[in-house]
Design a protein around this ligand. Sequence first.
Ligand SMILES: Cc1cc2nc3c(=O)[nH]c(=O)nc-3n(C[C@H](O)[C@H](O)[C@H](O)COP(=O)(O)OP(=O)(O)OC[C@H]3O[C@@H](n4cnc5c(N)ncnc54)[C@H](O)[C@@H]3O)c2cc1C
Length: 496
Amino acid sequence: MFIDLATSTRKELDACDVAIVGAGAAGITLALELEKSGLSVAILEGGQGAWTELSQNRYQGEVSTSEGFSYPALDRWRLRYFGGTTNHWVGWCRRLEENVFTQRSNGLGEGWPFQRSDLEPDYQRAMELCTLGRDLFDAETLTTEADLPVLVKATDVLATPVWRFPKQLRFASYYRSRLSKSPVKIYFGANCMGFTFEDKTSSPRASLVHIKNENGLDFELSAKCFVLAGGGIENVRQLLIAAQSQKQINRSGNLGLGFLEHPHGAVGAVLCGDHTPEDLDGVIGYPKDIDGTQFKVGVGLSEEVSAERGMMNTSFTLEPLQTIPREALHGDAIQSLWQSTQPAALGGTGSQVIGIYARTEQRWNSASRVSLISAKDDLGAVRARLDWRVLAQDVADIRTSLGLVGGELLKAGFGPMTLGDPISFQTMEGGGHHLGGARMHLSADQGVVNENSQCHGVDNLYAVGGSSFPTAGFSNPTLTIVALAVRLARTLQERM
Ligand SMILES: Cc1cc2nc3c(=O)[nH]c(=O)nc-3n(C[C@H](O)[C@H](O)[C@H](O)COP(=O)(O)OP(=O)(O)OC[C@H]3O[C@@H](n4cnc5c(N)ncnc54)[C@H](O)[C@@H]3O)c2cc1C
């Protein structure tokens, strides 16, 4: 059921078992998974049922990036109303790569406190909640069943990652009607302002969440447990604020550190070679699976090759050249590409050109971080600052893997590949994926949340979503965020 806090006069809201902050992908998933659990559940959603400028402005903050990369303002890539950022996400979905969960060399980290197979039941449920159709991610089978030629095949070197796209893209419109009849109370205009902690000997607990409505009036809600599901940057902002009064939350000293994105961008172009434009649908298009959902086949290095070379995971998709901005190709490259696309009479080969778009991993580094600044929003809450940093080693890995993938494409009958600006990949930005900053680790000395998304040091405070990713691979994160929320719903039912 939906309740607008603007119309509520009672300062104390009905106490509940589980209080969730945020109704985006993670918060909605928790609500759906807990609605039949017998637990009383409330969601505090800072925005309304639809976009408002007042709520959106509360997402403003500061941003800086590594040289050569760009990042939009903090209120551009997050949406602050029911459904959250899924109101404009694009729907690329796949599980995180398996090696991301394991210990890797060369600065790639310890992985997660559990293996991907441990998350498998939650991934399967997440597939259903995200309406992704059948659980099939094999490029060759999908392409063949869609009656398209298979132009790229997985080899020892080349991987062919697949993304699937939801039948129902918008969480808000798909789940609104069900949640309007649900026993879960969803408060709109309920801005989380912080927590009161009871410091009982060695295991402190949160007892109250403080709320301000749209007009700045104060409310409070007591609950047996509290879950932050406000999106990657907001979770970290809330935890940084909470850590000012409850020091255990940042016992590791790592809170805010290790913000991760998926560097994205046009990085080059490749000639069609032996392939005719009609053949290309399976690789540059977004074909329909036999169950009606769309999929996309990419190319990248196999996990074995990445491991041998100590390289992070990278993936590339082939896209029509029009989608590749001119700056992605440096001067000489443009000339030679243009020349080869000319008819033979003019000295060219008449070949078609395909753009190459990168979606990659980055290494954890402490200079990449979310912090608090002194500027406040209209409700008096301090704003966040994001310093997104990508290591030179990460950029080098993108370049190396692009070269190796280019070699494999040549063997598969494509023409030569031309790389973009070899120095900085100037057109790269993030993917709108706000990950890390409150990393998951078994040890309270190294991580902020444990394997169940519970904050180390505070028994009944959880932070679920991208903020907990210790490593992020290249796969778009929302399917994993939904799986983590499913896992948390199970944990809460077992614990309460
Ligand atoms: C342009 C774009 C395209 C994307 N495309 C993809 C894609 O193709 N595939 C993919 O996997 N991911 C994609 N993403 C990322 C995806 O949108 C996020 O991973 C996902 O929305 C995160 O879910 P969440 O629930 O953690 O956060 P959100 O969806 O952002 O939800 C957070 C909720 O918390 C609320 N909130 C925030 N602060 C407070 C507060 N103080 N008090 C109360 N409520 C609060 C917000 O209003 C919001 O409803 C894309 C992102 C962008 C920007």
